[in-house]
Design a protein around this ligand. Structure first.
Ligand SMILES: *Cc1c(COP(=O)(O)O)cnc(C)c1O
Length: 396
């Protein structure tokens, strides 16, 4: 059935991936994505989510979603510019802007969509973008869509950024220049040197763009990496996702009123794709309520992160140089990493392997993400399993 050319392409490439052990089988969860998950009838301690604050299953969030569904329905009904701006979308944007200490904010259907829309709304083929070499795939795609020249600089290396910014400025080739970075890098858990970046940006008049998908809800008492450094007035674009710590789905850009006004008439995913569901918008508002009322969940994810890191380090694992609750366990060899993750899952810890091309060759790792919803007992059980598997495979 179907095109011969397509069938040939698919068969060859799928077989190639499978023979190299690189074909990823996606597990089906039999219940909610919480601290404990159920796969194929077995309960596992889940250390793979980005549900940092445990909000994905928080009773207040679910209640807010149900209430909004009853009031506004299940779908927004249209692209917002045509017919679909519900009061609840406006309210969400107002609350995000307050929370981020910016003049305004715009909500997108995902963090990925933010990068697909916001970069190309401002940058074009006459411009240059300085991009950290470890930036997220959606940033890379967003940069490509803009048509601007992409100039990669060494990871979090402000000397290299400065040298490349200077060269770009002096070349006279570019109209506008932008620097773009993750706030928190998800595979290592390290944090951008934002004061250093801002200094370079001021020297060379760079537009500043921070994608804080892993920092929002975690850094700066929940308000993010930019707030953590006290640099809210220095960053032009603050991107965040509503799908990780916030526990729902969606993304946003926070910035000046003029920037947000421009994105609302030029960001293509905003203009040509239907907006967030009312229930998602309401649940995100409730997440902001929860985070502003108390720092309990943010404190808890940091406490759990520290506890897991301390114990894995004590056992002799290489946990890299994370500065956040993200806890990589670096194994190195790709095959061994996959074997390690497979054994962890067999023993009851759901922690997936991450290998090339997501991380450089030879730095395969199992990435652990404790959340505010994990109890100490769950973490202790996970640590004991780590020890057992680590010894069995000669990793420690
Ligand atoms: C996860 C991630 C995104 C995508 O966010 P979604 O809301 O899941 O689409 C964008 N940028 C970075 C840096 C991310 O880590």
């Amino acid at each position: 059935m179907g095109s011969k050319a397509l069938n040939k392409f698919l068969t060859e490439n799928l077989n190639d991936l499978k023979s190299k052990g690189l074909y990823n089988v996606i597990n089906s969860l039999e219940g909610a994505n919480g601290a404990i998950i159920k796969i194929a009838g077995r309960e596992l301690i889940n250390l793979s989510s980005n549900n940092y604050l445990g909000l994905a299953t928080h009773p207040r969030m679910m209640e807010a979603a149900i209430k909004a569904t009853k009031e506004f329905g299940v779908g927004a009904g249209a692209v917002r510019t045509i017919n679909g701006t519900l009061k609840i979308h406006d309210e969400l944007e107002k609350r995000i802007a307050e929370f981020k200490h910016t003049e305004a904010a715009i909500a997108f259907q995902s963090g990925f969509n933010c990068n697909a829309g916001a970069i190309q709304a401002v940058m074009n083929k006459n411009d240059g973008i300085l991009s950290d070499e470890l930036n997220h795939a959606s940033i890379i795609d967003g940069c490509r869509l803009s048509g601007a020249k992409i100039i990669r600089y060494k990871h979090n290396d402000m000397e290299d950024l400065r040298a490349k910014a200077k060269e770009a400025r002096e070349s006279g080739l570019y109209n506008k220049l932008m620097v773009i970075t993750d706030g928190v890098f998800s595979m290592d858990g390290d944090v951008v040197n934002l004061p250093g970046l801002v200094k370079v940006a001021e020297e060379f008049d760079l537009i500043t763009y921070v994608d804080d998908a892993h920092g929002s809800g975690v850094m700066g008492m929940g308000a993010g990496t930019v707030k953590h450094f006290g640099l809210s007035d220095k960053i032009d674009f603050q991107i965040g996702t509503l799908s990780k710590a916030i526990g729902v789905v969606g993304g946003y850009v926070a910035g000046s009123q003029d920037l947000i006004d421009w994105l609302k008439v030029r960001a293509r995913p905003f203009l040509f794709s239907t907006s967030l569901t009312p229930s998602a918008a309401a649940a995100c508002i409730e997440a902001i309520n929860i985070m502003t009322e108390s720092t309990e969940l943010v404190d808890k994810v940091w406490e759990n992160g520290r506890y897991l890191k301390e114990n894995l380090k004590r056992l002799g694992f290489n946990i890299g140089h994370s500065e956040t609750p993200i806890t990589p366990c670096i194994i190195g060899d790709e095959k061994l990493t996959q074997e390690f993750s497979k054994k962890l899952i067999e023993e009851g810890v759901y922690a997936k392997s991450i290998v090339f091309p997501t991380v450089p060759l030879g730095t395969g790792r199992v990435r652990n993400m404790p959340t505010a919803a994990h109890t100490k007992e769950m973490l202790d059980n996970a640590i004991a399993i780590y020890e057992k598997v680590g010894r069995e495979l000669g990793v420690i």
